[in-house]
Write a protein that binds this ligand. Structure first.
Ligand SMILES: Nc1ncnc2c1ncn2[C@@H]1O[C@H](COP(=O)(O)OP(=O)(O)OP(=O)(O)O)[C@@H](O)[C@H]1O
Length: 248
């Protein structure tokens, strides 16, 4: 069964001047369990809007969103889904551990259970030594790891990411890609992420959905049949990357 399925999803926004902006038209999407799907497209083609629709943050005008087979409006298990934003959005007055604990505070876990979960998740992203450090004392890559740990602390089965590594240096970015692939395999998580970077899409995803702008439509869905773990340098010269580059 698909973890996330979109059927003929369309969305318009109204601009300030009253003009209607058709952002998404008839989007169909099928995300099987434990897959990694990239939403790839040029700026403004509706990638973030699509992710927000999946997350239940934006309601589509037409079409259906099914989460584990349940229509979005009737879906109850929102805790099984987390969202990682483009900016890390760490709270500066909280330590790394306290930031990771943030999403757990609304759960039924006891204080002791939360402490264990935070320690496990920081360990997962290789930051056990930095639990008591504040965000300003961390490098960009470490902050990104804390943000990833915060997204994973609730043990989600679906992780949505909106260009989460776009602000990082290329080498740190490659490290984060490796981290995501390692953790996705370990935690059995389904990932849907937005990117406008062809290499990032091909390194991470097993399926790349290419969106065409104005209005956003699925232009093509490309499978990436490369075995994991992938080598970013090796993937840069594959046919898939050449093809996607040509389209974009
Ligand atoms: N709440 C809103 N109200 C009005 N217009 C919106 C709203 N949200 C998004 N838009 C418009 O919808 C279009 C698609 O935006 P969206 O952020 O989904 O695109 P994107 O592909 O993620 O772009 P980028 O890669 O630049 O982040 C843009 O023209 C944007 O200005």
């Amino acid at each position: 069964m698909s973890v996330v399925a979109l059927q003929s999803v369309s969305k318009c926004f109204f601009r300030r001047d009253g003009e209607q902006l058709e952002v998404l038209r008839n989007i169909d999407l099928d995300v099987p369990e434990r897959s990694i799907v990239a939403l790839l497209g040029a700026s403004g083609c509706g990638k973030s809007t699509l992710l927000n629709i999946i997350a239940g943050l934006v309601e589509p005008d037409h079409g259906r969103v099914l989460l584990n087979g349940t229509p979005s409006a009737a879906f109850k298990d929102w805790r099984s889904m987390t969202y990682m934003f483009q900016e890390d959005r760490l709270l500066p007055w909280r330590t790394a551990a306290q930031n990771v604990a943030f999403g757990l505070e609304a759960t039924k876990l006891s204080r002791a259970e939360r402490r264990v979960r935070v320690a496990e998740t920081l360990d997962l992203v290789g930051l056990s030594q930095f639990a008591n450090v504040y965000p300003y004392e961390l490098s960009g890559g470490m902050r990104s790891r804390v943000a990833l740990a915060r997204s994973l602390a609730t043990e989600p089965s679906i992780l949505l990411m909106d260009e989460p590594f776009s602000k990082l240096d290329p080498s740190i970015r490659a490290q984060m890609h490796a981290e995501v692939l390692r953790i996705a395999a370990l935690r059995k998580v389904t990932i849907i992420f937005v990117t406008h970077d062809v290499e990032e899409a091909v390194v991470l995803a097993d399926k790349v959905v290419v969106l065409h702008p104005r209005p956003g439509r699925v232009r093509e869905t490309i499978s990436v049949p490369l075995a994991y773990p992938r080598d970013p340098l090796a993937t840069a010269f594959t046919d898939q990357v050449r093809h996607l580059r040509r389209i974009l």
